[in-house]
Design a protein. Sequence first.
Length: 363
Amino acid sequence: MTPPRILIAGGGTGGHIIPALAVARELVARHNAEVLFVGTARGLESRLVPAAGFQLKLIEVCPLNKVSLATRLRTLAQLPLSLLACSKIIRKFRADAVFGVGGYASGPAMGAAILRRVPAMAFEPNAVPGMANRLVGKRVQAAAVNFPPAAKWFRNVEVTGIPVRPEFFTLTPPPASTPPHLLIFGGSQGARLFNTLMPPLVPALLEAVPGLTLLHQAGARHADSTRAAYQASGADPARWRVEAFLDNMAEQFAAAHLIMARSGASTVAELAAAGKPSLLIPFAAAADNHQRSNAEVMVAAGPAVMLEEQELSQDPNLLLETLRNLLANPSRLQSMGEKARTQAHPAAAERIADRLASLIQRQ
């Protein structure tokens, strides 16, 4: 058979492009596919896709969601040109299918595929789809989602989960005899809210939970100021550590008894794969409040507790009380960790790649 030619469109954030790269690798390995990416110059795909060895075509497209009226009008005016650019890329590449992963470039590429009658498949990592996927969800031939609540927006949908690095699925819980360890993870850029709220609370938290140690990933821009705030708090420096970035994230997950994090789709998928109990604090400004929806799914399944930014602004001690109650209850943390694994999807990338291949074969 002729190797399938698949166009992968979208990106912007790591939550979109990292799973897309995992699927691309499976398409090559399992189906000998030729893969081409379409994205924008300002998204992470402009750096990550070429670094992974794939070709990337860039288009011009602006956001529609949570932007000013002027930006929205400019985007709408630019949309026909974006559609035309994607249509030309699809024709020149001779794409057998288009895989939209969300983000700025996904909408025009999926729209062009629909207009050209090229099979299209959508991927949605969040519990509430982004605008691009909401617009095309009922018009594409297939879809893969991470959370069951997102399925209603699509046709021919399967809950595949998000591709997660294999090492997360093989982690074992820390020994019961080890002192409790808290990992505070704000994503690759850190979370300013975490950097602000945690330092003043640390002395009381360390006093309340005997033997507790914590590792706080603060982001490159805020690591120094966050470290200084911890030092100013007077907390025992032997029991806390602040880092700008963590390269060995799987190892850090393995060592943690509890993880405090945002609830982006990739973070939630890694928590599930690792079987980790979590305190989730959704980013309130996330588009369509999707992080809150992601966290709600995890809370309902049992592996997570959620606090919202508004609650914390009204009562800063709520964070201290919640962390203390969780860390002082090892049996509850163990139960939450076991429930987390029920939300994991070990073969997500393979399943998505196979669905794309079968979509082409059916045509």
